[in-house]
Ligand binder design. Structure first.
Ligand SMILES: [Cu+2]
Length: 501
């Protein structure tokens, strides 16, 4: 029953099992995506010369195919294992499809015959394969594409169903291959193409498991135990903290239509995908054909995807998050879309909430933090390195309460600028950061009776750098706090749990 047009079919495992004698004439022009249309998806043999698919790296999406007839599309994807930054000063050995996490975006048209070439770079250590959820056939291509380092596999399938689909590696241990970044998206356009929009972007969430803590510097190995327990160290968009913030933020102008192809590679977590300050006009939830309108947060399962569309009305920074919100603020699941253009005060009164929401991520980058870490590792850390790193971390975290100029807020947040509390005993401030502060304190003759939450998301070196910055800013007495000082305070508290009150 396989059509005679598949003469190039190399591995017959996949493909066309359910094709039958589907008539191309049954293909309905699907202008409105619902109710679900039963099209066979086979529009006959590929026409014209074979086409080489344009693959793009995230957050870019290939242009529409613009084709009116089925074609033979050749996809060449190379698996590359490589060290890349997962956060500032933190690197990780990712396994990638095409050198990026997520992997290259693939775009074809429904009815296309896809000739897939999977290459495994000779410098790689592991065998890999690919399971495309857009393939109809056992294993989604996985069995046909098992490829050792330095080898290439080829298989062919017909893209029968339109939609946006995940692909991922399915080589044992599958969880580990996926956790190392081996996933991406393939879009199968409907025959008439998708409605035109101003911008299309590619965003994909994934959870990562490192032996070191969140933001612990250096090359961090994969932690199998954390992965099995589903306790991610990082939850990220596009494979790195800061991959879509600062000067890497995605951009648009006001009064434009944005389409995001949002995938979730997992391996474990389900994403509650939300854009702070926007409402999705349309969501093709679960990547399916039905459209849901006026959605605030859409659920994206591990191994699933959605297409969301919205119009930008007011300029400013919009924050993409997993609304399981600790993931956004303490594990990295945060990206920015910068919208420029004229204000519309009838829709929104203004005032940029960037730093409040985004914290230290509103900065273009945290280069100073990396510099300080490197210097600490080589024993050349100066007070200036520390203060610069500390400043980057202070803004957006401490500044939310104590203000960027350290002046505090009368009656609510005590000043750090010229604070006698701080000057009297700088070492005491270490404990304030690690354990928080509650109850009455007097700063410069004024009494405060409030609560400062513990800032123990920071590592020892980060606490030292922040305090060194504070001690040397705004007319404070100067001085230096070392990571060792912080380590001692942390250890002392841990050793004496009874010492409360
Ligand atoms: Cu793999």
């Amino acid at each position: 029953m396989t059509s005679p047009t598949h003469k190039f079919l190399v591995s017959a495992l996949v493909v066309v099992a359910a094709l039958g004698a589907a008539s191309a004439a049954a293909a309905a022009p699907a202008d409105k995506p619902s109710p679900p249309v039963k099209w066979a998806g086979d529009f006959g043999p590929p026409q014209g010369a074979p086409i080489h698919a344009v693959l793009t790296s995230p957050p870019n999406v290939p242009p529409p195919t613009g084709r009116k007839a089925p074609a033979k599309v050749i996809v060449e994807l190379e698996v590359v294992e490589k060290d890349m930054a997962i956060s500032e000063g933190v690197s990780y050995t990712f396994w990638t499809f095409g050198g990026t996490v997520p992997g290259s975006f693939i775009r074809v048209r429904q009815g296309d015959t896809v000739e897939f070439h999977l290459k495994n770079n000779p410098n790689n250590k592991m065998p890999h394969n690919i399971d495309l959820h857009g393939v109809t056939g056992p294993g989604g291509g996985a069995a046909s594409s098992f490829t050792a380092p330095g080898h290439e596999s080829q298989f062919t399938f017909k893209a029968l169903n339109e939609g946006v689909y995940i692909y991922h590696c399915a080589t044992a241990p599958v969880g580990m291959h996926v956790a190392n970044g081996m996933y991406g998206l393939i879009l199968v356009e409907p025959p008439e193409g998708l409605p035109k929009v101003d911008h299309e972007y590619y965003v994909m969430q994934g959870d990562f498991y490192t032996t070191g803590k969140y933001r612990e510097k250096g090359l961090q190995p994969f932690d199998m135990e954390k992965a099995i327990d589903e306790r991610p160290t990082y939850v990220l968009f596009n494979g790195a903290e800061g991959s879509l913030t600062g000067d890497k933020a995605i951009t648009a102008r006001t009064n434009e239509t944005i389409r995001l192809f949002v995938g979730n590679g997992g391996p474990n977590l389900v994403s509650s995908f939300h854009v702070i300050g926007a409402i999705f006009d349309k969501v093709r939830f679960e990547g399916g054909t039905n459209v849901q309108k006026n959605v605030q947060t859409t659920l994206i399962p591990a191994g699933g995807a959605a297409t969301v569309e919205f119009k930008t009305k007011v300029p400013g920074s919009y924050v993409l998050v997993d609304h399981s919100i600790f993931r956004a603020f303490n594990k990295g699941a945060l990206a920015i879309m910068k919208v420029s253009g004229p204000e519309d005060k009838t829709i929104y009164s203004g005032k940029e909430l960037d730093s409040v929401y985004v914290g230290d991520r509103s900065q273009a980058n945290l280069n100073a933090v990396v510099t300080a870490t490197r210097a600490a590792a080589t024993g050349t850390l100066t007070k200036e390195d520390q203060a610069q790193a500390g400043q980057a971390l202070f803004s957006g975290t401490c500044s939310v309460c104590h203000q960027g100029n350290g002046a505090g807020l009368p009656g609510v947040f005590p000043p750090l600028a010229k604070s006698d509390y701080l000057a009297t005993d700088p070492q005491r401030a270490i404990s304030v950061l690690l354990h928080g502060l509650a109850g009455k304190v007097t700063v410069n003759g004024t009494e405060y009776n409030s609560v400062m939450p513990p800032m123990n998301q920071f590592n020892d070196d980060e606490v030292a750098n922040i305090l060194t910055y504070v001690l040397n800013a705004w007319g404070n007495p100067g001085g230096q706090i070392h990571a060792d000082d912080v380590r001692k305070v942390r250890a002392a508290k841990a050793a004496a749990p009874a010492a409360t009150h």
